[in-house]
Design a protein around this ligand. Structure first.
Ligand code: CU
Length: 110
């Protein structure tokens, strides 16, 4: 059954090719992760200067593209590259700046 053998070789080659393309895409910064957004609940903001501090802290994370902090809502809306950063890192950074962040269940966080 020569044709059967050829078929399995073809299958192996195509599988290897697919894996190669996936590895290439994943390693290439041009194909970095999708832009995602999250709304964080930020506790501990006591004056109008606080949102600026939170924004500055979040903006310093590599992969964060946009930050909007609302003092009134006690929230931070962050757009980020999911290939470079994640929500856990944002929470860590905000906590490090002296505030308490958590994922807002009311927002479109995921
Ligand atoms: Cu303040």
């Amino acid at each position: 059954m020569k044709s059967m053998k050829r078929l399995s070789i073809m299958k192996a080659i195509s599988t290897a090719l697919v894996l190669f393309v996936i590895a290439f895409v994943a390693a290439n910064p041009l194909f970095a992760g999708e832009t995602k957004s999250v709304t964080l609940k930020v506790e501990g903001m006591t004056c109008t200067l606080c949102p600026k501090m939170v924004k500055k802290a979040l903006s310093g994370i590599e992969g964060v593209k946009a930050v909007q902090v609302s003092f009134e809502k006690k929230e931070a809306f962050v757009e980020y590259d999911e290939g470079k950063t994640n929500v856990q890192e944002m929470i860590k950074v905000v906590d490090g700046a002296g505030y308490k962040a958590s994922v807002s269940t009311g927002g479109k966080a995921r």
